[in-house]
Design a protein around this ligand. Structure first.
Ligand code: MOS
Length: 673
């Protein structure tokens, strides 16, 4: 089945937030803080306000009234305190975008009292502390047995520190909002969001409006990867600016502005210690993470979380510590936790295999746990070993000579690497409605299609539940006026929305013409099993012996993710995420400028993301996995697992090719020379 909105997208009929028309629309250009810490001494907008076309200037000189200041990242212009470089401190509203930008850049004068800032994460940062929990609500520390004693007794030990840099989500569609205040006091926002329901609720709260007075419309969203999973300042700014200007207002953050105000993945410093006995069975696992948050909000990326699920050992310790720096608040980025955490753990497993003289796949086979090592619960299904074996067969692993640094093909050193993947299979409460008229079914749910094909897979799910051909089913998503739904996030969209859609369709079949359902009850029953998808990542790399240039001619991912509901959409999710993992391995890094406290590289010219041409042969396959303990579809989420482990597979392959173990991402030529 083709994407149901495919025609609209390729012909340009599909509208994104910024593209909605409105009469007398005005435009906003935000002004960002030039210091990383301190206070705003003065804002002089007098010159801007007399420019033809300028309608208003917003700043903390006149704080706009808000309903809630609880989230300091959204409580715009409420304080003269500056918490990070690039924070929104003012904005110009004008009749044209050019006027707004010109006035913002030339005619609004802001002076600051700067204070010394602290923007660099270090393993010995004096401010490090252990938070109570990491997100969303896991204990920051988990301990079993005596790790130090077990490491002292181990036959083989790996003790290594891995780092991952600050990384930024770069969806194709930058954050944008159009805000329209209706005559009855209601507010309609066309917003780039991963969830219209949650976006509506958080905007209503910040503005002090009842949620039913706010409507968020987002039928098409050009990617998110987490940065559109929570309401961003552009939405609040659009609403405030539209109120100040007395007309509809559009805000489009530039790519550069996005780097400062739409979130990023925290840098991490991860010490992993593994101990094994003479038979290569793990006896000790320790994963200690140092990461950052802002002074405004505690955001604790759950980086060591996957280590609690992957392998068992009698002595285990996972711990997170945070430093609160003068930086923007980190946020969600594809597979938060699992993605950086599995780079460290799966690199360390590779090092342990080499230290123990065993094949890295065999090491994982030997250490496959029977139950969830952390909770003791049975897995609803776990086919990691099947994925590793199937991948080994397809990749030609049995022909691999484990010796590093010995294969020279012309000027290229060649090598291969493997790593495991995992991601939880969760659900969140959602609701849906289903109706029928003249043999046409209409299913409505405030789900988000962020480029994943959510509409299409929900059409298939509904058609199957109704026993009707897909042509007779229409699915409406992307509007908070539809039955409330969870986010397109945490790889939970299809499982959460699909559950609601199936229930609504079942109710419709029972009632004859109308069905509505709320799957809260279903989701509450999700206990008694540890539910995760698993996978295996294989990479081949070529490294130029003179320049250190790294090429990745081959990537293979094999996944066990329950029932795959749509092969085309699934493949796109897997290879898209694997490509993003390749970018993480070799390219992605946001550099902090110690002097200004801001990000140095903040556009696609200097922050490189991997594209199709960066990998010649990329393949994602999956194994048949029946799991009755998940949801009515039997599916696990597939949006994030593809990025998990990819960077480790590439770095492990670089080691195999060159004999050089690079523990600090990205693996750049400079690090190999
Ligand atoms: Mo994703 S980081 O759960 O949007």
């Amino acid at each position: 089945m083709n994407r149901v909105e495919g025609g609209d997208k390729v012909t340009g009929r599909a509208r994104y937030a910024y593209e909605y028309p409105a009469a007398d629309v005005a435009y906003v250009h935000p002004i960002q803080s030039a210091i990383a810490r301190g206070r705003i001494r003065s804002v002089d907008a007098s010159e801007a306000l007399v420019m033809p076309g300028v309608l208003a200037v917003l700043s903390s000189a006149e704080p706009p009234p808000l309903g809630s200041r609880e989230d300091p990242e959204l409580a715009l212009f409420q304080t003269d305190q500056v918490a990070y470089h690039g924070q929104l401190v003012a904005a110009v509203v004008a009749t044209t975008l050019e006027t707004a930008r010109d006035a913002a850049e030339r005619a609004v004068r802001i002076t600051y009292d700067a204070e010394p800032h602290d923007v660099l994460l270090r393993a010995d940062h004096p401010g490090l502390y252990t938070p109570k929990t990491v997100l969303p609500d896991f204990p920051a520390v988990s301990e079993l047995g005596d790790v130090e004693a077990a490491l002292a007794d181990a036959a083989v030990v790996v003790d290594a520190t891995y780092t991952t840099p600050t990384m930024h989500n770069n969806p194709m569609e930058p954050h944008a909002t159009m805000a329209v205040w209706e005559e009855d006091g209601g507010l309609t926002l066309y917003d780039a969001t991963q969830g219209a329901t949650a976006d509506r609720d958080s905007i209503a709260k910040v503005l002090g409006l009842p949620p039913d007075q706010v409507r968020v419309v987002a039928p098409h969203v050009g990617g998110g990867f987490g940065c559109k999973g929570t309401t961003r300042p552009n939405a609040i700014l659009a609403a405030l600016a539209a109120r100040a200007a007395g007309r509809p207002v559009k805000v489009a953050l530039t790519r550069q502005q996005m780097f400062d105000v739409t979130g990023y993945r925290t840098p991490t410093i991860q010490r992993v210690r593994l101990g094994a006995d003479a038979q290569n069975r793990l006896t000790a696992i320790s994963h200690e993470v140092v990461e950052q948050s802002s002074t405004l909000v505690e955001f604790g990326e759950p980086t060591a979380l996957p280590t609690r699920v992957m392998y068992a050992a009698a002595a285990r310790r996972t711990a997170h510590r945070l430093a609160r720096l003068d930086v923007p608040t980190p946020s969600w980025m594809r597979a938060p936790g699992e993605c950086p955490g599995m780079f460290a753990l799966e690199s360390a497993m590779d090092e342990l295999a080499i230290a123990g003289g065993i094949d890295p796949i065999m090491l994982r086979v030997l250490n496959e746990p029977a139950t969830d090592p952390e909770s003791g619960l049975p897995f609803s299904s776990r086919h990691l070993i099947t994925c590793l074996r199937e991948g080994a067969r397809r990749f030609g692993w049995e022909r691999r000579d484990p010796e590093p640094g010995i294969r020279l093909d012309g000027r290229w050193l060649t090598g291969t690497g493997v790593a495991s993947s995992t991601y939880p299979a969760n659900r969140q409460p959602s609701s849906a409605s289903a109706t029928v008229e003249d043999d046409q079914f209409l299913v409505r749910i405030a789900a988000a299609d962020i480029g994943t094909g959510a509409r299409t897979v929900l059409t298939r799910i509904a058609a199957e539940a109704l026993g009707a051909p897909a042509e007779r089913v229409r699915v409406e998503v992307g509007d908070s006026a539809l039955p409330k739904a969870s986010l397109a996030g945490g790889s939970m969209g299809t499982a959460s929305w699909g559950s609601a859609v199936v229930r609504a369709c079942e109710a419709l079949l029972k009632n004859g013409d109308r069905g509505t359902a709320d799957t809260t009850a279903d989701v509450e029953a999700d206990s008694g099993f540890s539910r995760h998808a698993f996978g295996a990542q294989f990479a081949e790399v070529h490294v130029d012996i003179d320049t250190g240039e790294i090429r990745v001619p081959r990537l293979l991912g094999v996944f066990a993710a329950g029932r795959i509901l749509d092969e085309t959409l699934a493949r796109s999710q897997f290879i898209g995420a694997m490509t993003m993992g390749l970018g993480m391995a070799l390219m992605e890094e946001t550099v902090v400028d110690e002097e200004s406290g801001g990000f140095l590289n903040h556009d696609l010219a200097q922050y490189h993301v991997a594209a199709c041409a960066d990998v010649r042969d990329i393949e994602a396959v999956w194994i048949e996995e029946e799991d009755p303990y998940l949801n009515p579809m039997g599916s696990k989420g597939i949006g994030e697992i593809g990025i998990v482990g990819t960077a480790a597979a590439v770095a492990n392959a670089v080691h195999h090719a060159t004999g050089r173990r690079i523990r600090d991402l990205p693996v750049t030529p400079a690090k190999l020379l």
